[in-house]
Design a protein. Sequence first.
Length: 467
Amino acid sequence: MTRIVIVGGGPAGYEAALVAAQLDADVTVVEAEGAGGACVLSDCVPSKTFIASSDVVTGYRDTDRFGVHSGGLEAVTVDARAVNERVKNLAQAQSNDIHNKLLKAGVTFVAGTARLGADTLGHTHRVEITPASGDTPYSVDASTVLIATGATPRVLPSAVPDGERILDWRQLYDLPELPEHLIVIGSGVTGAEFASAYLAMGVRVTLVSSRDRVMPHEDADAAQAIERVFRSRGMTILNNARGNAVRRTADGVEVELSGGGTVTGSHALIAVGSVPNTEGLGLEEYGVAVAKGGYVTVDRVSRTNVPGIYAAGDCTGVLALASVAAMQGRIAMWHALGEAVQPLRLRTVAANAFTDPELATVGVSQNDVDAGRVPAREVMLTLAGNARAKMADLGDGFVKLFCRPASGQVVGGVVVSPKASELILPITLAVENNMTVDQLAHTITIYPSLSGSITEAARQLMLHEPE
């Protein structure tokens, strides 16, 4: 029987383990935090659960327009302890579900840490395992090892989190009360998501953005649309600013800005990216190539430069999405166990920012098109013209579609809307399956529906003659 050791039990690790077990391998997963890893216990699942609570509050916004007199946002109170308790309980429940699924599949789950040991004779790799229980460390010789150790919030030397006033995003759920004034440093997806959620809950929010707009790496039209919503709802956004340092004050924090001046608040959230958890794994000693920044170098089937050693997820720096991590892990096991496998295709990966409204993208970007890297025609339809959006009073948002100039093949799209994470799926299917705008245009959608804007965009592209 083939023996496989997986270091890390997040989406990359546990999905890989399920695939390997299904293919009758002997699988051991070593994870320090619990099944699901940081993604489930402290990152993705908790943050989206927290955002779900903020969405409930948002439902009370401007209800008078619908003839419903709820008292508005002023009548809503948020119990931070109850919200955070729900967040933690759901995360633990999800972790338990994953743990039970692994055990049912026959996977050996070890709470602890692991590292690559000394090189061994034959086609095996020695993994040294240290159980968290304090039991004697032991080693396992495996034909295949998957490194799936994830990443950790980046710490600024001048703004070290203390868990009380200066926080990383894993510490927010320990606050006994909502912040009075939250300063978010970093306007990438993570910073924008938390800024959006706390704003919805009635917290005064200042977002410090080092670029000229929030979420600078996202579609510019989409990011600007969301920034307009943020500002209209009272968020203070400091563009082209950078938080140089954060200091505790008597009753809060003071953030020193790069351009001079300071901004004060009750709490500061540091959201300036992540660093891979690759130290202490014995990678370099074993000869595994590690790139600048500590990311494990892999190819499109998750192989490292050492035969039999694979890596997947955030520790590879490929694309920090749980969906990508899971697929990297599956691909690694399919490849290692001799199954037919298609290399990872990032062009067909959909991504979503869980702001309000949400921002979802797939395929080629506006930057690709504008820079001439990808020839494409495009159309953008605002939600203001969609019947269902009018009924729901959704004036902010749009659907954008890209296609090949001659063939009309759908190559990308952007959606800014409530539940854009759901609406992006038909565009993703079109990109994945090389569908044309003609095929999308001839698809009958529900009327009225937000998805109708996708087929309407396709019809406009179908009718548009290429230059």
